[in-house]
Design a protein around this ligand. Structure first.
Ligand code: NAP
Ligand code: MG
Length: 406
C-alpha cells in the first residue's frame, strides 16, 4: 500500500442522525480513511448536539462552509412533535437544511445515480436529469385571501414617494372567490440563473429553463429575460467553447421534451415546478436512495448530501440488533462529490482520481449483483444478491482496494 492521499484545505464535515449517522462512520472507516489522510472541520449536526448548543452548531457549520468552500452533510432529523419527548428537546429546532440554504443563499441540484439492472420508468432516460429548483418566493411566500361576492380585488403598489399604482385583479360581482399575491426578486432570480449556469459548466451539460411567459407577460417573462441577459453577457462564450448550450422554452413544451429526451442535462425549474418535477423525476429513476443533492451558492460554494432522510425505520431495527440493509450509495456519492470538488479547487489530481474510483467501485458492486434490499426489489440482474448495510460497504471496499493498488 502506497502513502495515503494528502489534502491541503479541510472539508467541512456535518455529521447527522439515526441510520445515516451509522453509515457515515462506516463509510469513513471502510472506504475513506484507509486511502485519504482526511482533513475535516467536524460539526456534529446530530439532534442531541443541536439541542445542546441551541442550534448554534448548525449556524457555525454554515459559516465554516462559507470560509472553506466545500462541505459534506449527513442526513439530519427535522424535529416534529414526536421528536420533542424522544430527544427531550428544548425547542422544535428548524430544519438544518433550511438554515444552511438561507445562509449560503444557494440552489439545490438533485441528480440520480444510474446503474445497470435498475431501469428508469421512462426507458429512454439513459442519462441522468439534474433538477435545479429555485428555492425562493412565488407561491411559497404568498399572500392569499378569500373574497366575498360584491368585493373588488386590486393590486396596489406604493412606491418610496408614496405614489400608488393600482390594477384590478377581479371584480367579484357574481360570486365569492379567492385571490393570491406572489412576488420574486430580480436579485434572487439572477442568483439562481448564475448557480445553474455555473453548474452547467461544472458538469459540461446543457441547461434547460422554462416558464409560462406567453401567459404571464410580466412575472414569468422577467425570469426569462434575466436568464437570457445573464447567459448572453456572462456565459455564452464559455458555453460555446465547451459545446454546450442554454435552451429556453415554454414549460409545457419542456415537459414534453423531457419525456422524449435521453437525459444528460440540467433542468432549471421555478420554485413550484421544481417541487413537483423533482419528485416525479426522482421516482421515475427508481430509488430515492440513489439520488444525490448538492447546494451551490452563486459565488461558488458547494455542500454535498444525499437526497433522502435519516432512514428512521431502519435505525430502530438496528437499535434492536436486527439486520439492516440500508443503501449508502447517495451518502458515498456526497463524500466523493465533496472530495472531488476539494481536489479540483486545490489542484490535487490524486484526490480527484480517488473520488472517481470510489464511485466506480460503488457502481461496479451493484452491477456485479451485490446490493441492498431497496435495489434488490428493483434490479433485473439475474445473479443479484441482497446484503446487509455493512457487508455492502465491505464489498465496495474490496473493489476499491483492487483499483487503488493498481
Ligand atoms: P427517509 O429517511 O428518506 O426514509 C423514508 C423511507 O424511504 C425509508 O423508510 C425507506 O423505506 C426508504 N429509504 C430512504 N432512504 C433509504 C436508503 N438510503 N436505503 C434504503 N431505504 C431508504 O424519510 P423519512 O422516514 O420521512 O424521514 C426520516 C427523518 O429524516 C425525518 O426526521 C426527516 O426530518 C429527515 N429528513 C432529512 C433530510 C435531510 O437531512 N436532507 C431529508 C428528508 C428527511 P423502507 O422503510 O420501505 O425500507
Ligand atoms: Mg416536492
Amino acid at each position: 500500500m502506497t502513502d495515503k492521499i494528502k489534502m491541503t484545505t479541510p472539508l467541512v464535515e456535518m455529521d447527522g442522525d439515526e441510520m445515516t449517522r451509522i453509515l457515515w462512520k462506516w463509510i469513513k472507516d471502510i472506504l475513506i480513511t484507509p486511502y485519504v489522510e482526511l482533513k475535516t472541520k467536524y460539526y456534529d449536526l446530530g439532534l442531541p448536539y443541536r439541542n445542546e448548543t441551541n442550534d448554534k452548531v448548525t449556524f457555525d457549520s454554515a459559516e465554516a462552509t462559507k470560509k472553506y468552500g466545500v462541505a459534506v452533510k449527513c442526513a439530519t432529523i427535522t424535529p416534529n412533535a414526536a421528536r420533542m419527548p424522544e430527544y427531550n428537546l428544548k425547542e422544535m429546532w428548524k430544519s438544518p437544511n433550511g438554515t444552511i440554504r438561507a445562509i449560503l443563499d444557494g440552489t439545490v441540484f438533485r441528480t440520480p445515480i444510474i446503474v445497470k439492472g435498475i431501469s428508469p420508468y421512462i426507458p429512454t432516460w439513459t442519462k441522468p436529469i439534474t433538477i435545479a429548483r429555485h428555492a425562493y418566493g412565488d407561491v411559497y411566500k404568498n399572500s392569499e385571501m378569500r373574497v366575498q361576492k360584491g368585493s373588488k380585488a386590486e393590486l396596489v403598489v406604493t412606491d418610496k414617494n408614496g405614489n400608488e399604482t393600482r390594477q384590478e385583479i377581479y371584480d367579484f360581482t357574481d360570486s365569492d372567490g379567492i385571490i393570491q399575491g406572489l412576488h420574486n426578486k430580480d436579485e434572487s432570480i439572477a442568483g439562481f440563473a448564475r448557480a445553474c449556469f455555473n453548474y452547467g459548466l461544472d458538469l459540461k451539460q446543457d441547461v434547460w429553463f422554462a416558464t409560462k411567459d406567453t401567459i404571464s407577460k410580466k412575472y414569468d417573462h422577467r425570469f426569462k429575460d434575466i436568464f437570457g441577459e445573464i447567459y448572453e453577457k456572462e456565459y455564452k462564450d464559455r458555453y460555446e467553447a465547451l459545446g454546450i448550450e442554454y435552451f429556453y422554452t415554454l414549460i409545457d413544451d419542456a415537459v414534453a421534451r423531457v419525456i422524449r429526451s435521453n437525459g444528460g442535462y440540467i433542468w432549471a425549474c421555478k420554485n413550484y415546478d421544481g417541487d413537483v418535477m423533482s419528485d416525479m423525476v426522482s421516482t421515475a429513476y427508481g430509488s430515492l436512495a440513489m439520488m444525490t443533492s448538492v447546494l451551490v451558492s452563486p459565488d461558488g460554494i458547494y455542500e454535498y448530501e444525499a437526497a433522502h432522510g435519516t432512514v428512521q425505520r431502519h435505525y430502530y431495527n438496528y437499535l434492536k440488533g436486527e439486520e439492516t440493509s440500508t443503501n449508502s450509495v447517495a451518502t458515498i456519492f456526497a463524500w466523493s462529490g465533496a472530495l472531488r470538488k476539494r481536489g479540483e479547487l486545490d489542484g490535487l489530481d490524486d484526490l480527484i482520481d480517488y473520488a472517481d474510483k470510489l464511485e466506480k467501485a460503488t457502481i461496479n458492486t451493484i452491477e456485479d449483483g451485490v446490493m441492498t434490499g431497496d435495489l434488490y426489489l428493483l434490479s433485473s440482474l439475474e445473479n443479484k444478491k441482497k446484503v446487509d448495510s455493512e457487508t455492502f460497504l465491505k464489498e465496495i471496499g474490496t473493489r476499491l482496494d483492487a483499483m487503488m493498488s493498481k
